[in-house]
Design a protein around this ligand. Structure first.
Ligand code: OFO
Length: 169
């Protein structure tokens, strides 16, 4: 059974993961509307990945014999000034999520909750990857500047991102 503090924090994280998903789905819609199908596909795959993160927390809470409580999700921004602005927002968001995960990990240490520590290790590693992946696109977009040709090429490249496979337990 999870402690009350740990359960509250894990339920909060479900809200944060769903909010991430919602933000990336809105970014995907923004790119679709602005004729960047590759960026839209990349963000859609990112949205799907966030749903997988959500279910990891959802299933973990149940496996510890505790109760999931869902919370409201704020409406995400619909528009950005440029592809770079959207990806910079995505990077800032991932940095915020990294902070959330680190705080959860710290709480698990304070609560002597070893199963939660083991569970959260996956997310510690995942956030390194998340920041690296989004950061790489931000760097590419900075290099491209306003070049339409560069944007078109990057859009084609990012269209290759596949939907994530469900985790193997
Ligand atoms: Fe993007 O890592 Fe979850 O939120």
């Amino acid at each position: 059974m999870l402690s009350k503090k740990m359960l509250t924090a894990l339920n909060d994280q479900i809200q944060h993961e769903l909010e991430s998903a919602y933000i990336y789905l809105a970014m995907s819609a923004y790119f679709q509307a602005n004729n960047y199908p590759g960026f839209a596909q990349w963000m859609r795959a990112q949205y799907e990945e966030e749903l997988i993160h959500t279910f990891r927390f959802y299933d973990f809470i149940h496996s510890r014999g505790s109760r999931v409580t869902l919370q409201a999700i704020p409406a995400p921004p619909a528009d950005y000034n440029s592809p770079l602005a959207a990806f910079e927002n995505a990077l800032a968001h991932e940095e915020k999520i990294t902070g959330d995960i680190n705080r959860l990990y710290k709480l698990a240490i304070e609560e002597n909750d070893y199963p939660s520590l083991s569970f959260l290790q996956w997310f510690i590693d995942e956030q390194v990857e998340e920041e690296e992946n989004v950061g790489a696109v931000v760097e590419d977009l900075k290099r491209i500047g306003g070049s339409e040709q560069g944007l078109l090429m990057l859009d084609r490249e990012l269209s290759q991102r596949q939907s994530p496979a469900a985790p193997v337990e």
